[in-house]
Ligand binder design. Structure first.
Ligand SMILES: Nc1ncnc2c1ncn2[C@@H]1O[C@H](COP(=O)(O)OP(=O)(O)O)[C@@H](O)[C@H]1O
Ligand SMILES: N[C@@H](CC(=O)OP(=O)(O)O)C(=O)O
Length: 413
Protein backbone atom coordinates (compact mmCIF):
# COMPACT_ATOMS: atom_id res chain seq x y z
CA UNK A 1 0.00 0.00 0.00
CA UNK A 2 1.12 3.53 -0.83
CA UNK A 3 0.29 6.73 1.01
CA UNK A 4 0.06 9.98 -0.96
CA UNK A 5 -0.12 13.42 0.59
CA UNK A 6 -1.36 16.49 -1.26
CA UNK A 7 -0.88 19.88 0.43
CA UNK A 8 -2.92 23.05 0.12
CA UNK A 9 -0.87 24.39 -2.79
CA UNK A 10 -1.60 21.31 -4.91
CA UNK A 11 -5.40 21.59 -4.53
CA UNK A 12 -5.80 25.35 -4.50
CA UNK A 13 -8.23 25.34 -7.45
CA UNK A 14 -10.23 23.04 -9.73
CA UNK A 15 -7.23 22.49 -12.01
CA UNK A 16 -5.31 21.27 -8.96
CA UNK A 17 -8.05 18.79 -8.08
CA UNK A 18 -8.09 17.48 -11.66
CA UNK A 19 -4.32 17.14 -11.58
CA UNK A 20 -4.56 15.21 -8.28
CA UNK A 21 -7.09 12.88 -9.88
CA UNK A 22 -4.77 12.22 -12.80
CA UNK A 23 -1.83 11.45 -10.51
CA UNK A 24 -3.95 9.15 -8.34
CA UNK A 25 -5.42 7.41 -11.37
CA UNK A 26 -2.06 6.74 -12.98
CA UNK A 27 0.18 6.17 -9.93
CA UNK A 28 -2.01 5.83 -6.84
CA UNK A 29 -4.50 3.01 -7.37
CA UNK A 30 -5.14 1.46 -3.96
CA UNK A 31 -3.45 4.36 -2.18
CA UNK A 32 -4.47 6.21 0.95
CA UNK A 33 -4.62 9.85 -0.10
CA UNK A 34 -4.16 12.38 2.69
CA UNK A 35 -5.20 15.91 1.76
CA UNK A 36 -4.79 19.35 3.37
CA UNK A 37 -7.18 22.28 3.22
CA UNK A 38 -7.37 24.00 -0.16
CA UNK A 39 -4.93 26.86 -0.81
CA UNK A 40 -4.78 29.25 2.12
CA UNK A 41 -8.06 28.06 3.70
CA UNK A 42 -6.40 27.32 7.06
CA UNK A 43 -5.26 30.95 7.32
CA UNK A 44 -8.75 32.14 6.36
CA UNK A 45 -10.29 29.87 9.03
CA UNK A 46 -7.83 31.21 11.60
CA UNK A 47 -9.14 34.70 10.85
CA UNK A 48 -12.69 33.41 11.20
CA UNK A 49 -11.80 32.04 14.65
CA UNK A 50 -10.45 35.45 15.70
CA UNK A 51 -13.64 37.17 14.52
CA UNK A 52 -15.81 34.58 16.32
CA UNK A 53 -13.92 34.75 19.58
CA UNK A 54 -14.03 38.54 19.62
CA UNK A 55 -17.73 38.27 18.62
CA UNK A 56 -17.36 40.59 15.62
CA UNK A 57 -20.45 39.27 13.86
CA UNK A 58 -20.06 41.47 10.77
CA UNK A 59 -16.42 40.40 10.21
CA UNK A 60 -17.42 36.82 10.88
CA UNK A 61 -20.12 36.71 8.20
CA UNK A 62 -17.77 38.29 5.62
CA UNK A 63 -15.03 35.81 6.35
CA UNK A 64 -17.39 32.83 6.28
CA UNK A 65 -18.82 34.03 2.99
CA UNK A 66 -15.33 34.37 1.45
CA UNK A 67 -14.42 30.81 2.45
CA UNK A 68 -17.73 29.49 1.13
CA UNK A 69 -17.44 31.36 -2.16
CA UNK A 70 -13.90 30.07 -2.67
CA UNK A 71 -15.00 26.44 -2.30
CA UNK A 72 -18.12 26.98 -4.41
CA UNK A 73 -15.94 28.43 -7.12
CA UNK A 74 -13.80 25.27 -7.13
CA UNK A 75 -16.89 23.02 -7.20
CA UNK A 76 -18.40 24.95 -10.11
CA UNK A 77 -15.59 23.76 -12.36
CA UNK A 78 -15.88 20.15 -11.20
CA UNK A 79 -18.57 17.49 -11.33
CA UNK A 80 -19.71 15.32 -8.42
CA UNK A 81 -22.23 15.04 -5.63
CA UNK A 82 -21.13 17.83 -3.31
CA UNK A 83 -24.03 17.60 -0.82
CA UNK A 84 -21.70 16.71 2.07
CA UNK A 85 -19.74 19.94 1.48
CA UNK A 86 -22.91 21.99 1.97
CA UNK A 87 -23.68 20.01 5.12
CA UNK A 88 -20.23 20.92 6.50
CA UNK A 89 -20.88 24.58 5.79
CA UNK A 90 -24.23 24.28 7.60
CA UNK A 91 -22.44 22.72 10.61
CA UNK A 92 -19.90 25.54 10.63
CA UNK A 93 -22.65 28.13 10.40
CA UNK A 94 -24.53 26.49 13.30
CA UNK A 95 -21.33 26.33 15.41
CA UNK A 96 -20.69 30.04 14.89
CA UNK A 97 -24.20 30.86 16.11
CA UNK A 98 -23.53 29.13 19.44
CA UNK A 99 -21.95 30.92 22.40
CA UNK A 100 -18.19 30.38 22.73
CA UNK A 101 -17.55 27.00 24.38
CA UNK A 102 -14.07 26.23 25.71
CA UNK A 103 -10.70 27.94 25.56
CA UNK A 104 -9.36 29.65 22.46
CA UNK A 105 -7.25 26.69 21.30
CA UNK A 106 -10.18 24.30 21.59
CA UNK A 107 -12.49 26.62 19.64
CA UNK A 108 -9.70 27.06 17.08
CA UNK A 109 -9.52 23.31 16.44
CA UNK A 110 -13.30 22.88 16.05
CA UNK A 111 -13.34 25.55 13.33
CA UNK A 112 -9.94 25.29 11.60
CA UNK A 113 -10.18 21.51 11.18
CA UNK A 114 -13.10 21.95 8.79
CA UNK A 115 -10.77 23.15 6.01
CA UNK A 116 -9.53 19.59 5.59
CA UNK A 117 -13.07 18.17 5.84
CA UNK A 118 -14.26 20.45 3.04
CA UNK A 119 -11.33 19.76 0.71
CA UNK A 120 -11.59 15.97 1.08
CA UNK A 121 -15.35 16.01 0.58
CA UNK A 122 -14.89 17.86 -2.70
CA UNK A 123 -12.03 15.63 -3.84
CA UNK A 124 -13.73 12.35 -2.90
CA UNK A 125 -16.90 13.42 -4.73
CA UNK A 126 -14.89 14.35 -7.79
CA UNK A 127 -12.88 11.11 -7.82
CA UNK A 128 -16.06 9.03 -7.49
CA UNK A 129 -17.66 10.89 -10.35
CA UNK A 130 -14.49 10.34 -12.38
CA UNK A 131 -15.07 6.60 -12.01
CA UNK A 132 -12.65 5.68 -9.23
CA UNK A 133 -13.99 3.53 -6.44
CA UNK A 134 -13.36 6.03 -3.64
CA UNK A 135 -13.81 5.79 0.12
CA UNK A 136 -13.88 8.97 2.20
CA UNK A 137 -12.67 8.41 5.75
CA UNK A 138 -13.06 10.84 8.63
CA UNK A 139 -9.58 11.18 10.17
CA UNK A 140 -11.19 12.54 13.35
CA UNK A 141 -12.48 9.02 13.96
CA UNK A 142 -9.05 7.50 13.34
CA UNK A 143 -6.31 9.73 14.72
CA UNK A 144 -6.72 9.46 18.50
CA UNK A 145 -5.04 12.29 20.40
CA UNK A 146 -4.94 13.78 23.87
CA UNK A 147 -6.63 17.12 24.57
CA UNK A 148 -3.62 19.31 23.73
CA UNK A 149 -5.55 21.48 21.32
CA UNK A 150 -3.58 22.82 18.33
CA UNK A 151 -0.76 20.32 19.02
CA UNK A 152 -2.59 17.04 19.67
CA UNK A 153 -0.36 14.20 20.87
CA UNK A 154 -1.13 10.91 19.16
CA UNK A 155 -2.24 7.81 21.06
CA UNK A 156 -0.44 5.36 18.79
CA UNK A 157 -2.03 2.12 20.03
CA UNK A 158 -5.56 3.37 19.65
CA UNK A 159 -4.81 5.05 16.32
CA UNK A 160 -3.17 1.90 15.00
CA UNK A 161 -6.17 -0.19 16.00
CA UNK A 162 -8.66 2.20 14.40
CA UNK A 163 -6.75 2.72 11.15
CA UNK A 164 -6.26 -0.99 10.57
CA UNK A 165 -9.95 -1.61 11.17
CA UNK A 166 -11.15 1.24 8.97
CA UNK A 167 -8.92 1.17 5.91
CA UNK A 168 -10.28 -1.39 3.48
CA UNK A 169 -9.27 -2.26 -0.01
CA UNK A 170 -10.54 0.43 -2.36
CA UNK A 171 -9.23 1.99 -5.52
CA UNK A 172 -8.51 5.00 -3.39
CA UNK A 173 -9.10 6.08 0.20
CA UNK A 174 -9.34 9.83 0.75
CA UNK A 175 -8.83 11.30 4.22
CA UNK A 176 -7.81 14.51 5.96
CA UNK A 177 -4.39 15.55 7.11
CA UNK A 178 -3.83 17.63 10.24
CA UNK A 179 -6.84 16.57 12.33
CA UNK A 180 -7.70 14.12 15.10
CA UNK A 181 -9.96 13.73 18.10
CA UNK A 182 -9.80 13.50 21.91
CA UNK A 183 -11.23 10.42 23.67
CA UNK A 184 -14.39 12.42 24.47
CA UNK A 185 -14.99 13.36 20.84
CA UNK A 186 -13.62 16.90 20.55
CA UNK A 187 -11.65 17.69 17.41
CA UNK A 188 -7.93 18.43 17.69
CA UNK A 189 -5.30 19.55 15.19
CA UNK A 190 -1.72 18.33 15.06
CA UNK A 191 0.05 21.68 14.63
CA UNK A 192 0.27 23.88 11.54
CA UNK A 193 1.53 22.10 8.43
CA UNK A 194 0.73 18.82 10.20
CA UNK A 195 -0.73 16.92 7.22
CA UNK A 196 2.65 15.41 6.33
CA UNK A 197 2.65 13.94 9.83
CA UNK A 198 -0.80 12.41 9.28
CA UNK A 199 0.49 10.72 6.13
CA UNK A 200 3.36 9.27 8.16
CA UNK A 201 0.94 8.05 10.86
CA UNK A 202 -1.18 6.19 8.29
CA UNK A 203 1.93 4.74 6.66
CA UNK A 204 3.33 3.55 9.98
CA UNK A 205 0.07 1.92 11.07
CA UNK A 206 -0.55 0.28 7.70
CA UNK A 207 3.12 -0.69 7.21
CA UNK A 208 2.91 1.06 3.86
CA UNK A 209 5.54 0.54 1.20
CA UNK A 210 6.10 4.30 0.77
CA UNK A 211 4.81 7.81 1.34
CA UNK A 212 4.84 10.37 -1.44
CA UNK A 213 4.43 14.05 -0.65
CA UNK A 214 3.39 15.96 -3.78
CA UNK A 215 4.79 19.50 -3.79
CA UNK A 216 5.13 22.60 -5.96
CA UNK A 217 8.92 22.08 -5.98
CA UNK A 218 10.91 19.32 -7.73
CA UNK A 219 11.78 17.70 -4.39
CA UNK A 220 13.89 18.63 -1.39
CA UNK A 221 16.26 21.34 -2.52
CA UNK A 222 19.35 22.57 -0.71
CA UNK A 223 17.48 25.80 0.09
CA UNK A 224 14.00 27.28 -0.19
CA UNK A 225 13.74 28.59 -3.77
CA UNK A 226 11.70 31.51 -2.41
CA UNK A 227 14.94 32.77 -0.85
CA UNK A 228 17.67 31.35 -3.03
CA UNK A 229 18.14 31.60 -6.80
CA UNK A 230 20.46 28.72 -7.45
CA UNK A 231 19.10 25.71 -5.65
CA UNK A 232 20.17 22.11 -6.13
CA UNK A 233 17.83 19.10 -5.98
CA UNK A 234 18.86 16.60 -3.31
CA UNK A 235 18.02 13.34 -5.04
CA UNK A 236 18.74 11.03 -2.11
CA UNK A 237 18.65 11.86 1.59
CA UNK A 238 19.17 9.81 4.71
CA UNK A 239 16.42 9.93 7.36
CA UNK A 240 18.94 11.67 9.58
CA UNK A 241 19.66 14.48 7.14
CA UNK A 242 15.96 14.87 6.38
CA UNK A 243 15.02 15.12 10.06
CA UNK A 244 17.82 17.61 10.73
CA UNK A 245 16.79 19.82 7.80
CA UNK A 246 13.12 19.69 8.80
CA UNK A 247 13.92 20.33 12.47
CA UNK A 248 15.91 23.45 11.64
CA UNK A 249 13.01 24.79 9.59
CA UNK A 250 13.09 23.48 6.00
CA UNK A 251 9.33 23.79 5.62
CA UNK A 252 9.16 21.33 2.74
CA UNK A 253 8.64 18.48 5.26
CA UNK A 254 6.99 18.71 8.67
CA UNK A 255 9.63 17.70 11.25
CA UNK A 256 7.42 15.07 12.93
CA UNK A 257 7.03 13.15 9.66
CA UNK A 258 10.36 11.39 9.59
CA UNK A 259 10.40 9.43 12.87
CA UNK A 260 7.45 7.07 12.18
CA UNK A 261 8.80 6.36 8.71
CA UNK A 262 12.34 5.77 9.91
CA UNK A 263 11.06 3.45 12.63
CA UNK A 264 9.53 1.16 10.01
CA UNK A 265 12.02 1.79 7.18
CA UNK A 266 9.29 3.28 4.96
CA UNK A 267 10.65 5.36 2.09
CA UNK A 268 9.53 8.98 1.75
CA UNK A 269 9.37 10.49 -1.72
CA UNK A 270 9.06 14.24 -2.24
CA UNK A 271 7.91 14.86 -5.80
CA UNK A 272 6.47 17.61 -7.96
CA UNK A 273 2.74 17.61 -8.70
CA UNK A 274 3.65 19.85 -11.65
CA UNK A 275 5.97 17.19 -13.12
CA UNK A 276 4.53 13.92 -11.82
CA UNK A 277 6.87 11.77 -13.87
CA UNK A 278 10.05 13.24 -12.39
CA UNK A 279 11.76 11.23 -9.67
CA UNK A 280 12.17 14.00 -7.07
CA UNK A 281 13.82 13.16 -3.75
CA UNK A 282 13.86 9.81 -1.99
CA UNK A 283 14.48 9.67 1.76
CA UNK A 284 15.48 6.37 3.31
CA UNK A 285 18.02 4.24 5.07
CA UNK A 286 20.98 5.11 2.92
CA UNK A 287 24.62 4.83 3.84
CA UNK A 288 25.66 7.92 2.03
CA UNK A 289 25.56 11.28 3.74
CA UNK A 290 24.49 14.40 1.96
CA UNK A 291 27.46 16.66 1.56
CA UNK A 292 25.86 19.47 -0.41
CA UNK A 293 25.58 22.48 1.90
CA UNK A 294 21.91 23.16 2.70
CA UNK A 295 20.56 26.53 3.83
CA UNK A 296 17.55 27.24 6.02
CA UNK A 297 16.34 30.77 6.63
CA UNK A 298 13.93 31.79 9.37
CA UNK A 299 12.86 35.42 9.48
CA UNK A 300 11.06 37.45 12.16
CA UNK A 301 13.17 35.92 14.91
CA UNK A 302 13.43 37.27 18.42
CA UNK A 303 16.61 36.91 20.49
CA UNK A 304 15.67 36.90 24.16
CA UNK A 305 18.35 37.21 26.85
CA UNK A 306 17.55 36.30 30.42
CA UNK A 307 19.58 37.44 33.42
CA UNK A 308 18.59 36.03 36.84
CA UNK A 309 17.45 38.86 39.15
CA UNK A 310 19.46 37.38 42.05
CA UNK A 311 22.72 36.99 40.04
CA UNK A 312 22.49 33.20 40.39
CA UNK A 313 24.15 30.86 37.89
CA UNK A 314 22.30 29.56 34.86
CA UNK A 315 22.29 26.02 36.22
CA UNK A 316 19.75 23.20 36.48
CA UNK A 317 17.24 25.02 38.72
CA UNK A 318 17.08 28.16 36.58
CA UNK A 319 17.09 26.11 33.38
CA UNK A 320 14.18 23.94 34.45
CA UNK A 321 12.22 27.05 35.42
CA UNK A 322 12.97 28.65 32.04
CA UNK A 323 12.05 25.53 30.03
CA UNK A 324 8.86 25.14 32.07
CA UNK A 325 7.80 28.69 31.17
CA UNK A 326 8.49 28.13 27.46
CA UNK A 327 6.59 24.83 27.43
CA UNK A 328 3.64 26.39 29.23
CA UNK A 329 3.51 29.31 26.78
CA UNK A 330 3.78 26.92 23.80
CA UNK A 331 6.84 28.76 22.45
CA UNK A 332 9.41 26.57 20.71
CA UNK A 333 13.09 27.36 21.09
CA UNK A 334 14.99 27.56 17.81
CA UNK A 335 18.44 28.05 19.35
CA UNK A 336 19.85 28.49 22.85
CA UNK A 337 23.14 29.51 24.40
CA UNK A 338 24.23 30.36 27.92
CA UNK A 339 27.02 32.00 29.91
CA UNK A 340 27.43 31.91 33.70
CA UNK A 341 24.63 34.36 34.40
CA UNK A 342 22.80 34.84 31.15
CA UNK A 343 20.71 32.60 28.91
CA UNK A 344 19.91 33.51 25.31
CA UNK A 345 17.22 31.92 23.18
CA UNK A 346 15.95 32.55 19.69
CA UNK A 347 12.25 32.02 18.96
CA UNK A 348 9.71 32.85 16.24
CA UNK A 349 8.28 36.24 17.19
CA UNK A 350 4.70 35.01 17.51
CA UNK A 351 2.51 37.90 18.74
CA UNK A 352 -0.11 35.44 20.08
CA UNK A 353 2.31 33.74 22.48
CA UNK A 354 5.53 35.68 23.06
CA UNK A 355 4.25 38.75 25.00
CA UNK A 356 2.65 36.54 27.69
CA UNK A 357 5.84 34.48 27.92
CA UNK A 358 7.98 37.60 28.42
CA UNK A 359 5.67 38.74 31.24
CA UNK A 360 6.08 35.36 32.93
CA UNK A 361 9.87 35.40 32.56
CA UNK A 362 10.10 38.89 34.04
CA UNK A 363 8.99 37.43 37.39
CA UNK A 364 12.44 35.83 37.85
CA UNK A 365 14.72 37.40 35.26
CA UNK A 366 15.78 40.70 33.82
CA UNK A 367 14.69 40.28 30.21
CA UNK A 368 16.24 41.99 27.19
CA UNK A 369 15.44 41.25 23.59
CA UNK A 370 16.33 42.04 20.01
CA UNK A 371 13.68 41.88 17.28
CA UNK A 372 13.63 41.60 13.47
CA UNK A 373 16.41 39.02 13.21
CA UNK A 374 17.14 36.15 10.84
CA UNK A 375 18.19 32.69 11.90
CA UNK A 376 20.29 31.06 9.21
CA UNK A 377 21.17 27.39 9.53
CA UNK A 378 23.71 25.75 7.23
CA UNK A 379 24.10 21.99 7.28
CA UNK A 380 27.44 20.82 5.91
CA UNK A 381 28.84 24.33 6.16
CA UNK A 382 32.24 25.72 5.34
CA UNK A 383 33.63 29.25 5.70
CA UNK A 384 32.70 30.18 2.13
CA UNK A 385 29.04 29.37 2.74
CA UNK A 386 29.04 31.32 6.01
CA UNK A 387 30.62 34.38 4.37
CA UNK A 388 28.11 34.15 1.53
CA UNK A 389 25.02 34.34 3.75
CA UNK A 390 26.43 37.08 5.96
CA UNK A 391 26.98 39.65 3.20
CA UNK A 392 25.48 42.97 4.42
CA UNK A 393 24.47 41.40 7.71
CA UNK A 394 25.62 41.91 11.27
CA UNK A 395 26.22 38.66 13.16
CA UNK A 396 24.77 38.65 16.69
CA UNK A 397 25.24 35.03 17.70
CA UNK A 398 26.84 31.94 16.21
CA UNK A 399 26.67 28.29 17.18
CA UNK A 400 28.64 25.53 15.48
CA UNK A 401 28.51 21.76 15.73
CA UNK A 402 30.36 19.31 13.55
CA UNK A 403 27.95 19.47 10.61
CA UNK A 404 25.70 22.42 11.36
CA UNK A 405 26.20 26.13 11.98
CA UNK A 406 23.46 28.48 13.14
CA UNK A 407 23.82 32.21 12.68
CA UNK A 408 21.61 34.90 14.17
CA UNK A 409 21.96 38.02 12.07
CA UNK A 410 20.47 41.41 11.32
CA UNK A 411 20.51 43.43 8.10
CA UNK A 412 23.02 46.27 8.16
CA UNK A 413 21.01 49.45 7.60
N1 LIG B 1 14.66 22.79 1.25
C1 LIG B 1 13.55 23.03 0.56
N2 LIG B 1 13.32 22.38 -0.60
C2 LIG B 1 12.18 22.59 -1.29
N3 LIG B 1 11.22 23.46 -0.90
C3 LIG B 1 11.40 24.13 0.23
C4 LIG B 1 12.58 23.94 1.03
N4 LIG B 1 12.47 24.73 2.12
C5 LIG B 1 11.31 25.36 2.04
N5 LIG B 1 10.64 25.02 0.90
C6 LIG B 1 9.34 25.56 0.53
O1 LIG B 1 8.33 24.60 0.76
C7 LIG B 1 7.25 24.91 -0.13
C8 LIG B 1 6.32 23.74 -0.18
O2 LIG B 1 5.70 23.59 1.09
P1 LIG B 1 4.23 24.11 1.36
O3 LIG B 1 3.98 25.42 0.67
O4 LIG B 1 3.98 24.04 2.83
O5 LIG B 1 3.45 23.02 0.55
P2 LIG B 1 2.13 22.24 0.87
O6 LIG B 1 1.00 23.22 0.93
O7 LIG B 1 2.07 21.31 -0.29
O8 LIG B 1 2.34 21.49 2.16
C9 LIG B 1 7.97 25.23 -1.42
O9 LIG B 1 7.19 26.01 -2.28
C10 LIG B 1 9.22 25.94 -0.95
O10 LIG B 1 9.06 27.35 -1.03
N1 LIG C 1 -3.93 22.92 6.41
C1 LIG C 1 -2.98 22.83 7.51
C2 LIG C 1 -2.20 21.53 7.49
C3 LIG C 1 -1.17 21.36 6.41
O1 LIG C 1 -0.29 20.54 6.51
O2 LIG C 1 -1.27 22.13 5.33
P1 LIG C 1 -0.20 22.09 4.06
O3 LIG C 1 0.00 20.66 3.70
O4 LIG C 1 -0.86 22.88 2.97
O5 LIG C 1 1.09 22.75 4.51
C4 LIG C 1 -2.06 24.05 7.53
O6 LIG C 1 -2.14 24.87 6.63
O7 LIG C 1 -1.33 24.21 8.48
Amino acid sequence: MKVFKFGGASVKDAAGVKNLAEIVQTQGQGAVVVVSAMGKTTNALEELVRAYVSQRSDGMQDKLQTIRAYHENVMQSLTGDFSSVYETFDQLDAYLRQPIAGHYDEVYDQIVSLGEVLSTQIIAAYLSKAGLSTRWLDARQLIATDATFREGRVDWDETNRRINKAVKKAAVTVTQGFIGQTPDGRTTTLGREGSDYTAAIFAYCLRAESVTIWKDVPGVLNADPKWFNETVLLEKLTYQDAIELAYYGATVIHPKTIKPLQNRGIKLYVRSFLKPDAAGTVIGNFEQHLLTPSFIFKVNQLLISLHPNDFSFIAEDNLSRIFGRFAQAGVKINLMQNTAISFSVVVDNNPERVPALLDQLRQDFRVTYNEGLELITIRYYNQITIDRVLVNKKLLLEQKSRYTVQLVAKDIE
